[in-house]
Design a protein around this ligand. Sequence first.
Ligand code: GLU
Length: 485
Amino acid sequence: MIPRVRFAPSPTGYLHVGGARTALFNWLYARHHGGTFVLRIEDTDTDRSSADMVTGILDGLRWLGLDWDEGPEVGGPHAPYFQSARLDRYRAGARQLVDEGKAYRCYCTAERLQAERQAAEARGEGWRYDRACLGLSAAQVAAFEASGTPHVVRFRVPDEPTGFDDAVKGRLDFDGAHIEDLVLLRSDGHPTYHLSVVLDDVDMAITHVIRGDDHISNTPKHVLLFEAFGAAVPRFAHVPLILGADKKRLSKRHGATSVTEYSRLGYLPDAMVNFLALLGWSPGGDREVMTRTELVEQFALDGISGGNAVFDTEKLDWMNGQYIARLPIDELAALVAPELLTAVPDAAIDPRDPWLHRLLELLRPRARRLTEFAGQARPFLVATVSYDDEAVKKHLAAPDIAAHVAALVEPLRTLEPFDEAGVEAVVRATAAAQGIKAGALIHAVRVAAVGRANSPGLFEVLVLLGRERTVERLERLLTFLSSRT
Ligand code: GLU
């Protein structure tokens, strides 16, 4: 059997990491088995759904590289893939169950139901719909209809126990007597989630339902509905919740939750996909950095853990750093070029420039996010650096520091070739001749070169700046130091 899976977001918000992880598991499952990944928009809640949210969800999926085989924009044999365009189908489905005696019209008023519920709660009891309308005679129904009384359609939940074998949680059994006769169609003719989701899964021939385990309590109802429609029950896999580092359900309090926000924050889609794949799934062993192809090859439902997954931002940052380190350098240059230009608008930035590639090679071992490059690259792109006050106080305080730095200028001006080993030898020899520690001179020269107390290795930095700019920056520091006294 070739699997058909679906991701079925409700466009009442952006694509959040939980939804993205569900989409990813479905996508990986489909790609692993050569199946079909369906995208279906569950927009029956017209008040809370919006076209903008749909666009946001599609953009998020595209950014992650999760392409769908059927759904919005690409169409497919089961179009339309928007529930709002399938309302007639749900009404027909409800009618079919009524005709077959598997569902019934209920004319109870909301007021009566609420009063019953409150009375039961006051007695400390739970309340389920009491099936007052289950046994209505044809004459009673006709009278209600004649008086224009609105009705809902309720599913006549079979009394037998029901259950299913969840691919993640194992066997789950439910007592039919405890499930209320749920509403399938509201009085305004709109379907409930239970009716629309099951009819869509039936019509779209979905074989596997992989979704968040917040849906587990809905699943027995769905199993009964699949059976009522005479359809094959799909295999269910309920994936664990994603928690924040404090073990509470992931929410805005924990930081970014929308996938698009992560793209703005400088994460790479491949890193995000790798990270999300490991939220609740593991290939076994301790493998972590895996390409998309490896993820597709390895993905299996039995690798999904039943326990909750923790969203660890530090791990995401680490993972992103791993991907930044592995990115072909011209791709990295193309990705960060726009931000470099924003940071230093008059810099000549050419993403194919070998010098820029060397700069990025120098910076990337310490980078965790793409957004960090602009700040780190700045001293290399500007004409003159400004000196950080703290760095000046800390590294240029020694009374003879100007003389020590000045002693470097000539040897560097004439050094041949101007490479790392040569620069290092000159700096160390000068420090020794001046009777100071090499470290003290290195710190002072770093402030001259980049204006800060921190940078990648100084000798690499100077070589990248080149002889001319190095000498120029040393001389400028000397001017600065002499103006200070
Ligand atoms: N629209 C539902 C949700 O966003 C989909 C549930 C399901 O996958 O069945 O939670």
